[in-house]
Design a protein around this ligand. Structure first.
Ligand code: MV4
Length: 396
């Protein structure tokens, strides 16, 4: 943080965009920026803090009329209380860290006998990982889809949504393929949940860009998970189908300008898919840092590549393995899949291993092609045994 603030002061920057990395959801960085008279391009520190507490976020959403899963009203601190809630909900249930998010610090409980020990372990792990040991309980949903809504709010009370993204293709809580729209969301569902998230964003005085995450069960029910108070890696699929430059809107909003459009102006055109290209072995998922000796990605209509990579650049071992995002846009999902396959087949990245061969397999999978997706989809492509935490692979 001091290095970033120093860089802003030396260069005379009047605003900082925190991206989607480690500091992007730091209420403290937002506060430090405020104190240094540098605009933080994101929500207010108070909103980041409210939504960073997953139990408070749940309460706020419930109050605003957003569907949440049955669960505890707040943190649960004793085995007796947990047992009572477990009995009311029926098993399986899930223990989540109040300070967690993104899948970190979760535990699935399938029978009352596991509860006492799991509660203590979860509290201890949450304390060690986040410095806050509080945990809460929810009914567990098996093999749901992960669907999220993009919202934008300005400092004049205007809030709009830009529809949803389907993000079910993920491994260890790292998404691999995202698309917009979701094949599981009808226009009616989009309007209904879209208006609920807009109401909720307004209720918490949300400003700038945010993502409301939901589980979608096989009966078409949405359940709120959490709000990400940053721009996300997968925002380009929404930009493609809406034509809205979300990052530009973020900067305009931070500068105090009004949103440049209304909800009624938002239209959804065609279908967009993003493949995350990681520097990793496509079979074992082991990191593959090194020097890229050839780097060539084709362009053409409806193809966008967001990357820092180029021939002879190095991929250091110290950071996230994401080296490029390839995003396509086409008239419909079938055409988007074909366009992505053509683009990946023509892409040349030499010197390191990448996830491109895995993406080509996924794009040829009959379930993927049919849109039969769930958060369990990647289990078939994962070599290692399920982790000790009840089948939920731990996030890093
Ligand atoms: C759940 C769940 C099932 N039931 N909550 C993982 C990320 C975090 N935001 C919440 N997560 C989950 N919460 C209940 N009550 C299943 C997951 C989950 C998951 C969610 C979205 C995308 C991928 C996932 C992979 C495993 C588990």
């Amino acid at each position: 943080m001091p290095a970033i603030i120093s860089a802003a002061e030396i260069t005379g920057a009047d605003a900082i965009h925190p991206g989607y990395g480690f500091l992007s959801e730091s209420a403290y960085l937002a506060e430090v920026c405020e104190a240094c008279h540098i605009r933080f391009i994101g929500p207010s520190p108070n909103v980041i803090r409210l939504l960073g507490d997953k139990a408070r976020a749940r309460r706020a959403m419930k109050k605003a009329g957003v569907p949440i899963l049955p669960g505890s009203d707040g943190p649960v601190d004793s085995e007796e209380k947990a047992q009572k809630i477990g009995k009311d909900l029926g098993y399986p249930i899930i223990i989540k860290a109040v300070a967690g998010g993104g899948g970190r610090g979760m535990r699935v409980i399938r029978a009352v006998g596991e509860l006492g020990k799991a509660l203590k372990t979860a509290q201890r792990e949450a304390e060690a990982a986040f410095g806050v040991g509080d945990v809460y309980l929810e009914k567990y949903v098996e093999n749901p889809r992960h669907v999220e809504f993009q919202v934008l709010g300005d400092h004049h009370g205007a809030v709009v949504h830009l529809g949803e993204r389907e993000c079910s293709i993920q491994r260890r809580h790292q998404k691999l393929i995202e698309e917009a729209p979701s094949v599981a969301v009808t226009e009616k569902m989009r309007r209904k949940l879209g208006s609920a998230v807009v109401d909720a964003a307004r209720a918490v005085q949300y400003t700038n860009a945010g993502t409301f995450e939901f589980l979608l069960d096989d009966k078409g029910n949405f359940f709120f998970l959490e709000v990400n108070t940053r721009i996300q890696v997968e925002h380009p699929v929404t930009e493609f189908i809406t034509g809205v430059d979300i990052v530009k809107e973020q900067i305009r909003i931070a500068a105090g300008e009004r949103l440049s459009f209304k909800q009624g102006d938002v239209t959804f055109n065609g279908h967009s898919i993003e493949c995350r290209i990681n520097a990793e072995d496509p079979d074992t998922f082991a990191p593959s840092p090194g020097t890229i000796h050839a780097f060539s990605v084709p362009g053409g209509p409806g193809v966008r590549v967001d990357t820092f990579a180029h021939s002879e650049c190095t991929v250091p071992p110290y950071y996230d393995s994401l080296i490029a995002k390839i995003i396509v846009h086409a008239r419909d999902r079938q055409e988007a899949i074909a366009r992505m396959r053509r683009t990946l087949e023509m892409t040349v990245i030499e010197g390191i291993k990448t996830s491109i061969p895995l993406h080509l397999k996924l794009l040829a999978d009959p379930d993927f092609i049919a849109g039969r997706l769930s958060t369990a989809f990647m289990e078939r492509y994962t070599p290692e045994k399920k982790s000790a935490s009840n089948g939920l692979a731990e996030a890093v």
